[in-house]
Design a protein around this ligand. Structure first.
Ligand SMILES: [Fe+2]
Ligand SMILES: [Fe+2]
Length: 267
Protein backbone atom coordinates (compact mmCIF):
# COMPACT_ATOMS: atom_id res chain seq x y z
CA UNK A 1 0.00 0.00 0.00
CA UNK A 2 1.37 3.39 -1.01
CA UNK A 3 0.71 6.63 0.85
CA UNK A 4 -0.67 9.78 -0.76
CA UNK A 5 1.39 12.09 1.45
CA UNK A 6 4.62 10.34 0.43
CA UNK A 7 3.75 10.97 -3.22
CA UNK A 8 2.93 14.59 -2.38
CA UNK A 9 6.20 15.04 -0.54
CA UNK A 10 8.23 13.65 -3.44
CA UNK A 11 6.41 15.89 -5.92
CA UNK A 12 6.78 19.03 -3.82
CA UNK A 13 10.23 18.61 -2.35
CA UNK A 14 12.47 16.56 -4.58
CA UNK A 15 11.43 15.14 -7.92
CA UNK A 16 12.56 16.33 -11.34
CA UNK A 17 9.88 17.54 -13.76
CA UNK A 18 9.47 14.16 -15.43
CA UNK A 19 9.49 12.29 -12.11
CA UNK A 20 6.82 14.66 -10.82
CA UNK A 21 4.59 13.92 -13.80
CA UNK A 22 5.11 10.18 -13.52
CA UNK A 23 4.57 10.14 -9.74
CA UNK A 24 1.38 12.16 -10.08
CA UNK A 25 -0.07 9.66 -12.56
CA UNK A 26 1.13 6.73 -10.43
CA UNK A 27 -0.56 8.18 -7.35
CA UNK A 28 -3.90 8.48 -9.15
CA UNK A 29 -3.53 4.98 -10.51
CA UNK A 30 -2.84 3.65 -6.99
CA UNK A 31 -6.00 5.41 -5.79
CA UNK A 32 -8.05 3.91 -8.61
CA UNK A 33 -6.93 0.36 -7.89
CA UNK A 34 -7.49 0.78 -4.15
CA UNK A 35 -3.79 0.77 -3.28
CA UNK A 36 -3.41 4.27 -1.88
CA UNK A 37 -3.51 5.06 1.82
CA UNK A 38 -4.90 8.50 2.71
CA UNK A 39 -3.74 8.24 6.30
CA UNK A 40 -1.32 10.89 7.46
CA UNK A 41 1.65 9.50 9.38
CA UNK A 42 3.93 12.51 9.61
CA UNK A 43 3.34 16.26 9.75
CA UNK A 44 3.88 18.37 6.64
CA UNK A 45 7.31 19.83 5.88
CA UNK A 46 7.51 23.64 5.74
CA UNK A 47 6.25 25.31 2.57
CA UNK A 48 9.41 27.43 2.41
CA UNK A 49 11.37 24.29 1.45
CA UNK A 50 9.22 23.41 -1.56
CA UNK A 51 11.58 23.01 -4.49
CA UNK A 52 11.19 24.30 -8.03
CA UNK A 53 13.44 23.39 -10.96
CA UNK A 54 16.41 25.63 -11.83
CA UNK A 55 14.70 26.47 -15.10
CA UNK A 56 12.65 28.40 -16.02
CA UNK A 57 14.24 31.34 -14.28
CA UNK A 58 11.57 33.33 -12.50
CA UNK A 59 11.07 37.04 -13.10
CA UNK A 60 8.58 39.62 -11.85
CA UNK A 61 5.72 40.07 -14.37
CA UNK A 62 6.98 43.47 -15.61
CA UNK A 63 10.24 41.80 -16.83
CA UNK A 64 8.48 39.04 -18.73
CA UNK A 65 8.86 38.73 -22.53
CA UNK A 66 5.99 40.17 -24.54
CA UNK A 67 3.47 37.65 -25.69
CA UNK A 68 1.33 39.24 -28.34
CA UNK A 69 -0.35 36.61 -30.47
CA UNK A 70 0.55 38.35 -33.74
CA UNK A 71 3.88 36.56 -34.26
CA UNK A 72 5.23 33.01 -33.92
CA UNK A 73 7.52 34.18 -31.09
CA UNK A 74 4.58 35.79 -29.33
CA UNK A 75 2.52 32.59 -29.58
CA UNK A 76 5.41 30.50 -28.26
CA UNK A 77 5.91 32.96 -25.38
CA UNK A 78 2.18 32.76 -24.63
CA UNK A 79 2.23 28.95 -24.45
CA UNK A 80 5.40 29.00 -22.39
CA UNK A 81 3.58 31.21 -19.89
CA UNK A 82 0.62 28.80 -19.88
CA UNK A 83 2.97 25.84 -19.43
CA UNK A 84 4.33 27.55 -16.33
CA UNK A 85 0.82 28.22 -14.99
CA UNK A 86 0.01 24.52 -15.42
CA UNK A 87 3.31 23.45 -13.90
CA UNK A 88 2.74 25.55 -10.79
CA UNK A 89 -0.86 24.27 -10.74
CA UNK A 90 0.51 20.74 -10.21
CA UNK A 91 2.27 22.04 -7.09
CA UNK A 92 -0.81 23.94 -5.96
CA UNK A 93 -3.00 20.84 -6.14
CA UNK A 94 -0.43 18.66 -4.37
CA UNK A 95 0.13 21.29 -1.72
CA UNK A 96 -3.62 21.62 -1.05
CA UNK A 97 -3.72 17.90 -0.41
CA UNK A 98 -0.44 17.75 1.51
CA UNK A 99 -0.67 20.69 3.88
CA UNK A 100 -4.22 20.42 5.21
CA UNK A 101 -4.75 17.26 7.22
CA UNK A 102 -7.76 15.78 8.95
CA UNK A 103 -10.18 16.33 6.09
CA UNK A 104 -12.59 13.66 4.72
CA UNK A 105 -11.09 11.14 2.24
CA UNK A 106 -12.98 12.81 -0.59
CA UNK A 107 -10.89 15.96 -0.13
CA UNK A 108 -7.65 14.08 -0.81
CA UNK A 109 -9.17 12.15 -3.72
CA UNK A 110 -10.44 15.38 -5.28
CA UNK A 111 -7.11 17.24 -5.13
CA UNK A 112 -5.20 14.22 -6.36
CA UNK A 113 -7.49 14.14 -9.41
CA UNK A 114 -6.87 17.85 -9.87
CA UNK A 115 -3.08 17.32 -9.61
CA UNK A 116 -3.33 14.61 -12.26
CA UNK A 117 -5.32 16.87 -14.60
CA UNK A 118 -2.81 19.69 -14.10
CA UNK A 119 -0.01 17.27 -14.98
CA UNK A 120 -1.93 16.34 -18.14
CA UNK A 121 -2.42 20.02 -19.00
CA UNK A 122 1.28 20.67 -18.53
CA UNK A 123 2.22 17.72 -20.73
CA UNK A 124 -0.18 18.76 -23.48
CA UNK A 125 1.13 22.32 -23.49
CA UNK A 126 4.74 21.18 -23.35
CA UNK A 127 4.21 18.98 -26.41
CA UNK A 128 2.45 21.85 -28.17
CA UNK A 129 5.42 24.11 -27.38
CA UNK A 130 7.93 21.54 -28.55
CA UNK A 131 6.22 21.55 -31.93
CA UNK A 132 7.19 25.25 -32.01
CA UNK A 133 10.77 24.29 -31.10
CA UNK A 134 10.52 25.70 -27.59
CA UNK A 135 10.99 23.68 -24.44
CA UNK A 136 9.57 24.46 -21.02
CA UNK A 137 12.38 26.34 -19.27
CA UNK A 138 13.76 28.01 -22.39
CA UNK A 139 12.08 31.30 -21.52
CA UNK A 140 11.74 33.06 -18.17
CA UNK A 141 8.49 32.64 -16.23
CA UNK A 142 6.29 34.63 -13.87
CA UNK A 143 7.63 34.54 -10.31
CA UNK A 144 4.40 35.36 -8.49
CA UNK A 145 2.25 32.24 -8.94
CA UNK A 146 3.41 30.47 -5.80
CA UNK A 147 3.04 33.53 -3.56
CA UNK A 148 -0.61 32.91 -2.73
CA UNK A 149 0.27 29.38 -1.64
CA UNK A 150 2.96 30.67 0.73
CA UNK A 151 0.63 33.36 2.10
CA UNK A 152 -2.09 30.82 2.88
CA UNK A 153 -0.03 27.83 4.06
CA UNK A 154 -1.66 27.74 7.47
CA UNK A 155 -5.24 28.63 6.56
CA UNK A 156 -7.28 26.23 4.44
CA UNK A 157 -10.17 28.65 3.89
CA UNK A 158 -7.77 31.34 2.71
CA UNK A 159 -6.04 28.83 0.42
CA UNK A 160 -9.38 27.78 -1.12
CA UNK A 161 -10.47 31.40 -1.52
CA UNK A 162 -7.20 32.52 -3.11
CA UNK A 163 -6.15 29.57 -5.25
CA UNK A 164 -9.15 27.83 -6.85
CA UNK A 165 -11.65 30.62 -6.13
CA UNK A 166 -9.42 33.47 -7.26
CA UNK A 167 -6.40 32.47 -9.38
CA UNK A 168 -7.97 29.51 -11.18
CA UNK A 169 -11.32 31.30 -11.47
CA UNK A 170 -9.50 34.09 -13.31
CA UNK A 171 -8.67 31.54 -16.00
CA UNK A 172 -12.42 31.04 -16.60
CA UNK A 173 -12.77 34.80 -17.18
CA UNK A 174 -9.89 35.28 -19.63
CA UNK A 175 -9.59 31.99 -21.53
CA UNK A 176 -12.73 32.24 -23.75
CA UNK A 177 -11.43 35.47 -25.39
CA UNK A 178 -8.03 33.86 -25.98
CA UNK A 179 -9.71 30.83 -27.55
CA UNK A 180 -11.68 33.17 -29.83
CA UNK A 181 -8.42 34.83 -30.88
CA UNK A 182 -6.84 31.48 -31.83
CA UNK A 183 -10.01 30.53 -33.69
CA UNK A 184 -9.69 33.77 -35.65
CA UNK A 185 -6.09 32.86 -36.46
CA UNK A 186 -7.28 29.47 -37.73
CA UNK A 187 -5.09 27.70 -35.13
CA UNK A 188 -7.32 24.68 -34.46
CA UNK A 189 -4.86 22.71 -32.35
CA UNK A 190 -4.48 25.62 -29.92
CA UNK A 191 -8.28 26.02 -29.79
CA UNK A 192 -8.78 22.32 -28.98
CA UNK A 193 -6.09 22.38 -26.31
CA UNK A 194 -7.33 25.51 -24.57
CA UNK A 195 -10.94 24.28 -24.67
CA UNK A 196 -9.95 21.02 -23.02
CA UNK A 197 -8.11 22.90 -20.26
CA UNK A 198 -10.97 25.35 -19.74
CA UNK A 199 -13.46 22.50 -19.25
CA UNK A 200 -11.24 20.88 -16.61
CA UNK A 201 -10.62 24.19 -14.86
CA UNK A 202 -14.35 24.72 -14.29
CA UNK A 203 -14.17 21.48 -12.30
CA UNK A 204 -11.18 22.65 -10.26
CA UNK A 205 -12.89 25.88 -9.29
CA UNK A 206 -16.05 23.92 -8.49
CA UNK A 207 -14.12 21.66 -6.11
CA UNK A 208 -12.66 24.80 -4.54
CA UNK A 209 -16.15 26.21 -4.00
CA UNK A 210 -17.42 22.90 -2.65
CA UNK A 211 -14.66 22.55 -0.06
CA UNK A 212 -14.80 26.23 0.82
CA UNK A 213 -18.47 25.85 1.74
CA UNK A 214 -17.80 22.55 3.49
CA UNK A 215 -15.13 24.04 5.79
CA UNK A 216 -17.26 27.13 6.44
CA UNK A 217 -20.07 24.77 7.46
CA UNK A 218 -17.75 22.91 9.86
CA UNK A 219 -16.69 26.20 11.44
CA UNK A 220 -20.18 27.71 11.55
CA UNK A 221 -19.22 30.52 9.15
CA UNK A 222 -21.39 32.10 6.47
CA UNK A 223 -19.44 31.35 3.28
CA UNK A 224 -20.21 34.51 1.28
CA UNK A 225 -19.22 36.83 4.13
CA UNK A 226 -16.10 34.78 4.78
CA UNK A 227 -15.11 34.81 1.09
CA UNK A 228 -15.36 38.62 0.95
CA UNK A 229 -13.34 38.95 4.14
CA UNK A 230 -10.57 36.62 2.92
CA UNK A 231 -10.30 38.29 -0.49
CA UNK A 232 -9.97 41.68 1.18
CA UNK A 233 -7.36 40.29 3.53
CA UNK A 234 -5.22 38.32 1.07
CA UNK A 235 -5.73 39.83 -2.37
CA UNK A 236 -3.30 42.64 -3.02
CA UNK A 237 -5.28 45.59 -4.21
CA UNK A 238 -8.41 44.48 -2.37
CA UNK A 239 -10.32 42.71 -5.13
CA UNK A 240 -9.67 40.89 -8.41
CA UNK A 241 -10.50 42.85 -11.55
CA UNK A 242 -13.23 41.81 -13.98
CA UNK A 243 -14.83 41.29 -16.34
CA UNK A 244 -15.98 38.04 -14.80
CA UNK A 245 -17.35 35.04 -16.65
CA UNK A 246 -20.59 34.85 -14.73
CA UNK A 247 -21.96 31.80 -16.55
CA UNK A 248 -18.90 29.61 -15.92
CA UNK A 249 -18.34 30.91 -12.42
CA UNK A 250 -21.91 29.99 -11.47
CA UNK A 251 -21.31 26.44 -12.74
CA UNK A 252 -18.09 26.50 -10.68
CA UNK A 253 -19.99 27.26 -7.46
CA UNK A 254 -19.99 31.03 -7.19
CA UNK A 255 -23.26 32.64 -6.12
CA UNK A 256 -24.89 35.61 -7.84
CA UNK A 257 -24.27 37.63 -4.68
CA UNK A 258 -20.54 36.84 -4.77
CA UNK A 259 -20.37 37.85 -8.42
CA UNK A 260 -22.33 41.05 -7.73
CA UNK A 261 -19.82 41.90 -5.03
CA UNK A 262 -16.84 41.14 -7.28
CA UNK A 263 -18.30 43.23 -10.10
CA UNK A 264 -19.32 46.19 -8.02
CA UNK A 265 -16.22 48.28 -7.39
CA UNK A 266 -17.95 50.23 -4.62
CA UNK A 267 -18.78 47.30 -2.36
FE1 LIG B 1 -4.76 23.37 -15.48
FE1 LIG C 1 -6.61 23.97 -12.39
Amino acid sequence: MKNVFKFAEACLYSATIDEKLALTHQALHALEIGQLSLISEQPAMPIAQVKFPDKPILLPPRDMPKRKLGSAEGIAAFFHAIAHVEFVAIYLAWDMLYRFRGMPDQFYQDWLRVADEEAQHFELIRTHLQAMHVNYGDLPAHSGLWDHAKDTASDLLARLAMVPRCMEARGLDVTPAIIAKFRQLGDDSSVTLLNRILTDEVGHVERGSYWFKFVCGQQGLEPETKYRQLIKQYYQGGKPKGPFNREMRIIAGFSDAELDWLENTNL
